[in-house]
Ligand binder design. Sequence first.
Ligand code: UT7
Length: 327
Amino acid sequence: MRAIISGVGFSVPERVVTNFDLEKLVDTSDEWIRTRSGIVERRFADENTASSDIATKAAKQAIEMAGISPEDIDMIVVGTVTPDMFFPSTACIVQANIGAKNAAAFDFSAGCTGFIYGLTIAQQFIENGKMKHILVIGVETLSKIMDMTDRNTCVLFGDGGGASVVSAYDGKDDRGIISSYIKADGTLGELLMMPAGGSRIPASKESLEKRLHYIKMEGNEVFKNAVRCMNESAVKAIEMAGINRDDVSLLIAHQANLRIIRGVQKRVGLPDEKVYINLDRYGNTSAGTIPICLAEAYQKGKIKEGDYILLVAFGAGFTWGSVVLKW
Ligand code: UT7
């Protein structure tokens, strides 16, 4: 059995927040944000919207495209660092919302690499013959954990998510996930974290006053590690897939910074038309970026049967990884 992506979908909140809007909140400029990150605008969820609401919309699209019913889904895995709550899992909330009553469901935390980890988990259960349809979701509402007084982080992130149905496929061709590579280095975790709210620093008056329930990031250190690890991952997945770099039809790299994406593009040696970018419109949606790109690129007709697609990500943990799949 091969693990093939049979359906994709994505959702972003309606509210657009531009760089100019952020100029009114912190000491920053449209010029700085554009040139240092490549971001022009992002979406923020309203107060009544949680990650599961976005995930549910994306999931429904993916299920419809796959041509299956929710009861056919064997498992739902959600990569997120902004679950609706600690428990129940966002995956279980999505399960209830869509009526996937035969599915197992759980969340996992792999930062911005969530969707790559999720695809890799799904691939195992499909290839070993245990399951037929797995819903893999990467979703975030990062605006809910962003310190809107911290210019180092508040200009970078946005909300949104995407879903893919990964299905068993026994066709004679080699379509499906061909290679996957996942890694982590917990020794560098403190460079990108949300310190409070868990068992180490439970919520308290003091934790609130110290603003510990927000994203903290050493941007430049994260940047350097992201470049190194994403370049390594891109090459690794291509080698493991046994294809040539020229065979790659589309690179979808985690949308954190345009300079990082261009670095990976250069490392692999791809022309601009083979690189999908929507960072300018949605910012960094962490685990959401790759499944959003995948669904949007498909909907725009940029992916066709037989294409080799390279997915590469890096994020909190640190975690990083890559996938090569044949559409
Ligand atoms: O999704 C997980 C992975 N995340 C990433 O991969 C993000 C990685 N990091 C980045 O994308 C970049 O490091 C940033 C875009 C965050 C920053 O770019 P940089 O080239 O690394 O700049 P920097 O951190 O070295 O900061 C340069 C200057 C600093 O000023 P000084 O100390 O040189 O005077 C910052 O204080 O830019 C300043 N700065 C800002 N200025 C205007 C930082 N944030 C802002 C801002 N507006 N929003």
